[in-house]
Write a protein that binds this ligand. Structure first.
Ligand SMILES: Nc1ncnc2c1ncn2[C@@H]1O[C@H](COP(=O)(O)OP(=O)(O)OP(=O)(O)O)[C@@H](O)[C@H]1O
Ligand SMILES: [Mg+2]
Length: 298
């Protein structure tokens, strides 16, 4: 079974206006509320690809309850831990320009973190554990490392997180890491990354402890370095990007789904890139049929 962890899931309130005037009453032309959070996105995308998973993490208050309902309605099993407060709301204002306000989210007390730790230590054999996104709730930056410390070896960890956090999990030999360009630059203190340099740094992630590394390169595609010492580059599919939010989460879900089906690393990366592109080409996370359509292209 696959388990995803989201520390700080959010409701995204997306509102469209003609013009935004600060200090005045603005009226929405259109509005939309969707659930977000990286681990939760991975769970929903896995479900879209026909692969079950369990979403773990922390929720609070009525917004947390809405997040739980959203996930369950999508067919994702949830075992969220409830804490006091309210799960955050992120406001995305689409006017002439885009303005975003991301909520902070609830505090996560030590005993709630311990509950998560206990859950992870009891995961069944051969579970895949996806740790995605930032640490929140006033917890220290070594929280992921702490969670991994007590974890049995048979659990395959997939880590997708900001570079400073990614660095802390590498010594625990994660099965897969998936930085994007920016996150990879954070890990190695780089100012920028040319696509052709991805190979070098993917390999270095593996030298630092990752068993497999995928570097996602937005509309360039993705590069993988595997535990067999193989390297693959798959270019992104061509098309009109409408909304790239969740493209990386879709890529990660795509790779895991393909590996669960026993595909080779190369085929899994191709499927993953198609999943990322299919999500970039629409609003919200892609459906399986859209991914398969891209793969059928000559
Ligand atoms: N404009 C685009 N056109 C085609 N494919 C895209 C585009 N943007 C992203 N993708 C696909 O999605 C994958 C992941 O994208 P990206 O590297 O931007 O991830 P990310 O920054 O981690 O995204 P997020 O964290 O917002 O989900 C890429 O490897 C590619 O396959
Ligand atoms: Mg990402």
């Amino acid at each position: 079974m696959i388990y995803t962890v989201t520390f700080n899931p959010a409701l995204d309130y997306i509102v469209r206006l003609d013009a935004l005037t600060a200090g005045a009453l603005n009226r929405a032309k259109e509005e939309l509320v969707i659930a977000g959070g990286k681990g939760l996105n991975v769970s929903v995308m896995l479900k879209n690809l026909g692969v079950p998973s369990v979403a773990l993490g922390f929720i609070a208050g009525f917004t947390g309850e809405a997040l739980r309902c959203f996930a369950e309605e999508k067919g994702v099993r949830t075992e969220f831990i409830r804490v006091d407060g309210v799960s955050r709301i992120n406001v995305k204002i689409k006017a002439e320009r885009e303005t975003e306000i991301n909520g902070r989210g609830p505090d996560i007390p030590g005993f709630a973190l311990e509950q998560l730790e206990n859950k992870l230590q009891a995961l069944p054999r051969n579970a895949v554990l996806v740790l995605a996104g930032s640490i929140s709730g006033g917890l220290p930056q070594d929280t992921y490392a702490r969670l991994l410390q007590g974890l049995p070896d048979h659990i395959r960890v997939a880590a997708d997180m900001p570079g400073d956090l990614l660095r802390t999990v590498l010594p625990f030999r994660p099965w897969l890491v998936k930085p994007n360009r920016e996150e990879l630059c954070e890990v190695f203190g780089l100012v920028g990354l040319e696509t052709r340099e991805a190979a070098l740094y993917a390999r270095r992630l593996c030298e630092l402890g990752a068993r497999n590394a995928i570097v996602s390169l937005g509309d360039d595609g993705a590069f993988a370095y595997t535990e067999r010492g193989e390297e693959f580059f798959i270019p992104a599919f061509r098309g009109r990007a409408l909304d790239t939010v969740g493209a990386g989460d879709s890529l990660l879900a795509g790779f895991i789904a393909a590996k669960e089906r026993g595909e080779s690393d190369r085929d899994a990366l191709r499927f993953a890139v198609a999943a990322g592109s299919a999500t970039a080409f629409r609003y919200g996370l892609a459906e399986e049929a859209e991914v398969l359509d891209l793969l059928k292209r000559p």
